[in-house]
Design a protein. Structure first.
Length: 258
């Protein structure tokens, strides 16, 4: 792959968007590569968490590629948005937890990429924004939908209507990022977080994510019924038996299996 690098550290995968000359802007080729990488990750049962970040220390992703978009026809723009949305839905739909390590500008499609991850950790130099209206367009990779779900409609509308860029501190204050850390310790902090997730029972973690994501789209009664199903399902796993026995016998278990 030209524009994506992929690495596995134990049970954690790290995907890096790598077009530093263009501040990691997402063109169609990069989106297609990202999709292939996500499809591979989806099939790999030994990956328990995914980290997405950008190459260099200036940008996470500075948006969809403006050069590529500048001459698009209406038809091509629709295809481009469909492609981006399909890839981002795949990321959102991964059962394993995903963490965006936001190492700089996360603008437009870059902010949207971070939004389809479960958790966002930002370095102090990170900047977020949906500047599309300053380019005569709307967000095209889910920004009008996910931003409001994460920070609330009023704040999302303000950011999208103005195109204003916010710094990492403000992003943390409004709940857009979980934590802000010094630039030099970003990847260490993110890997610690990913490893602290990956050491837990993988099936239980995946079920929790699916339940939370499904629950947001349904009424509470349906969501709670689903939770009862997955809770019961865990009792068919070796991990539940081993972990509970270990607790009662006051010993630690080595590694979860399921
Ligand atoms: N697309 C294509 N190229 C981009 C880019 C983008 N989104 N963002 C930056 N680049 C390129 C620049 O054109 C420049 O290339 P050249 O050296 O060949 O001129 C290179 O990356 C470095 O960028 P700058 O010189 O502009 O760097 P800077 O430090 O002065 O500014 C910045 C940084 C504020 C992030 C600025 O680059 C910028 O405003 N970028 C565009 C951000 C943006 O509007 N993103 C939203 C795109 S629309 C979108 O994403 C729609 C959607 O939802 C699908």
């Amino acid at each position: 792959m030209e524009n994506i690098s992929f690495e596995k550290r134990d049970n954690v995968a790290i995907l890096k968007i790598s077009r530093p000359k263009f501040l990691n802007a997402l063109n169609s080729e990069t989106l297609r590569e990202l999709e292939m990488a996500i499809d591979d990750i989806q099939k790999d049962k030994d990956i328990y968490a995914l980290v997405i970040t950008g190459e260099g220390n200036k940008a996470f992703v500075a948006g969809a590629d403006i050069k590529e978009m500048s001459n698009m026809s209406v038809f091509e723009a629709r295809e481009f948005s469909i492609l981006g949305n399909r890839v981002f839905r795949k990321i959102e739909g991964l059962e394993i937890p995903t963490i965006a390590a936001v190492n700089g500008y996360a603008l437009g499609g870059g902010c949207e990429l971070s939004l389809c991850c479960d958790i966002r950790i930002a370095s102090e130099n990170a900047k977020f924004g949906q500047p599309e209206v300053t380019l005569g367009i709307t967000p095209g990779f889910g920004g009008t939908q996910r931003l409001a779900r994460i920070i609330g409609t009023s704040r999302a509308k303000e950011l999208i209507f103005t195109g204003r860029m916010i710094d990492a501190k403000e992003a943390e204050k409004i709940g857009l990022v979980n934590k802000v850390v010094p630039q030099e310790s970003l990847m260490d902090e993110v890997m610690d977080l990913a490893n602290s997730i990956a050491k837990n029972a993988p099936l239980a973690v995946r079920m929790c994510k699916v339940a939370i994501n499904r629950g947001i789209d349904v009424d509470i009664e349906t969501g709670i019924q689903y939770e009862a199903e997955i809770f019961a399902h865990c009792f068919s796993t070796e991990d539940q038996k081993d972990a509970m026995a270990a607790f009662l016998e006051k010993r630690k278990i080595d590694k979860f299996k399921n």
